[in-house]
Design a binder for this molecule. Structure first.
Ligand code: FAD
Length: 444
């Protein structure tokens, strides 16, 4: 059943534009810029959304606000960090991935006024909208870890796959590693792709074995979580893998400081009431940073108490403002934050936003589908797929909890093509249909 939010807070402009006329292409005569649909953030979710509406609403009625020159397919960074793909292969100029007919406002959104239906950009420009989709992704808070920003500049053995500026350091750091502790971290905040902090660890293990250096190195996973992965089926397999590969896992350990001059990483024991710390020597340190929604969003009135865009987890509509929707990592939707989740959400968002635009009832209901290709070696992958309840929702009628070469090729070779050619063009809403077909209609 879809949640229908009364249109009481829909602005008169939006109602005029939307009521009973389906997609309107008329434009209000403001001196400032005004769009029928404004999308803030041109990443995975924002680009897919703009593509779905740009053709329908017509030229000049959809705009994307995003300051980034490049659009990156971030899931590839796991492979970039392992020396399997290049950073160049993971990025394309933003202009080239935005749909035809959509305006690109190359600036950042700095504030939101949902009552006046405007977004203000860094240059001070106010942009009006009838409908707004917020797709700003996650902010990487590296500076919350004492000494880390400096460590990136002075210590070549400190790296992070999470940022385009640091991902290219990971493989050289692995190549330079001869002996000692290779430490991988997981922060005490929500993250995007919760599997990525350990995927690079398995790839590092693979590389070190191949290079004959594994006997001289200890691989350590210091995670803030109390489990290795949030879904029991996949967690059980991963526990077997870490045991087989002699990887040490320390739970409830949160990185708080890096001292590059002494090659020390300081972790807080999250279960210690007095905040006991433990210091590890490192020869290689891969950091997954603390994350949050971007500051301009967190400082707006659009967020819940955790600082994420407050939307209905089923309809993706804002809980207070019916002309605002959200997609992807910056939202309060309680599922694992991935591009796969954004793809599944994009189909639901399209249905529901279209319904609201034409004064109809929202029918789309998101089930929490998300996916994490857990790369466990240079030719192995467990394809985790699950829903809101953490129940597996697997596309293929085989046990996806097993390490498989086919799933590795799907991740390495097929998914990037699917992303650039289908998802960003608005044609990929996740694998639900394929799953139903492959399971002969017996799957959810
Ligand atoms: P993003 O794609 O991050 O886009 C956000 C956009 O908002 C950016 O373009 C940014 O410039 C823009 N923005 C930010 N602030 C502002 C502002 N103030 N004004 C305007 N624009 C702004 N997902 C998977 O499905 N499978 C994987 O295997 C996988 N592996 C990953 C591995 C790594 C190392 C990383 C980093 C991510 C991985 N992900 C994976 C996660 C995936 O990349 C994200 O979940 C996905 O990109 C989320 O899409 P989004 O649109 O919410 O955010």
């Amino acid at each position: 059943m879809s949640t229908v939010v009364p249109l009481t807070r829909l602005t008169s402009a939006a109602i005029r534009q939307s009521s009973g006329r389906g997609f309107s292409t008329s434009r209000t005569s403001h001196s400032k810029k005004h769009y029928q649909l404004l999308v803030v953030g041109g990443g995975s979710g924002g680009c897919a959304t703009a593509a779905k509406f740009a053709g329908k609403l017509g030229k000049g009625h959809v705009a994307v606000v995003d300051p980034s020159e490049m659009h990156f397919y971030q899931p590839m960074w796991t492979l970039v960090g392992a020396g399997i793909k290049t950073l160049q292969a993971s990025g394309r100029p933003m202009q080239s991935v935005l749909p035809r007919g959509c305006d690109w406002i190359k600036d950042q959104a700095v504030s939101f006024d949902p009552d006046r239906c405007t977004v203000t950009t860094g240059s001070g420009e106010q942009i009006g909208y009838d409908f707004l989709v917020v797709a700003m992704g996650m902010q990487l808070n590296y500076s919350q870890i004492k000494g880390l920003p400096e460590a990136f500049t002075v210590d070549q053995s400190v790296c992070s796959n999470y940022w385009s500026e640091t991902v290219t350091q990971t493989f050289p750091a692995l190549e330079a590693l001869q002996q000692g502790n290779a430490i991988f971290t997981f922060p005490n905040t929500p993250v995007k792709c919760a599997g990525a902090p350990q995927k690079i660890m398995y790839l590092a293990d693979h590389y070190l074995r191949k290079a004959g250096k594994r006997d001289n190195t200890n691989i350590i996973f210091n995670t803030s979580l109390g489990v290795i992965f949030g879904v029991k089926k996949y967690a059980e397999r991963l526990l077997d893998i870490v045991k087989d590969r002699n990887i040490q896992v320390n739970y409830r350990r949160n990185l708080v400081e890096v001292r590059p001059e002494k090659k020390e990483a300081v972790f807080v024991d999250l279960d210690s009431p007095e905040g006991k710390t433990e210091t590890f020597q490192y020869s290689f340190l891969h950091v997954t940073p603390p994350m949050s929604a971007p500051d301009p969003l967190r400082q707006s009135s659009l967020v819940n108490t955790d600082g994420y865009l407050d939307v209905s987890k089923e309809t993706l509509q804002h809980v207070q403002y019916p002309n605002i929707f959200g997609i992807g990592d910056c939202t309060s939707v309680p599922t694992s934050k991935t591009a796969a989740a954004a793809a599944a959400q994009s189909g639901i968002l399209q249905k529901n936003l279209q319904a609201v635009m034409s004064g109809g009832k929202m029918q789309g209901q998101y089930d929490g589908y998300t996916s994490c290709p857990l790369v466990t070696g240079n030719n192995k992958c467990i394809l985790a797929e699950f829903d809101f309840a953490g129940q597996p929702l697997e596309t293929f009628p085989i046990d996806q909890g097993k390490e498989r070469r086919t799933m590795y090729h799907l991740k390495r070779d097929v998914m990037p093509e699917l992303y650039w050619n289908l998802m960003l063009k608005g044609y990929w809403n996740g694998p639900a249909l394929t799953r139903k077909l492959l399971h002969l209609g017996m799957s959810k």
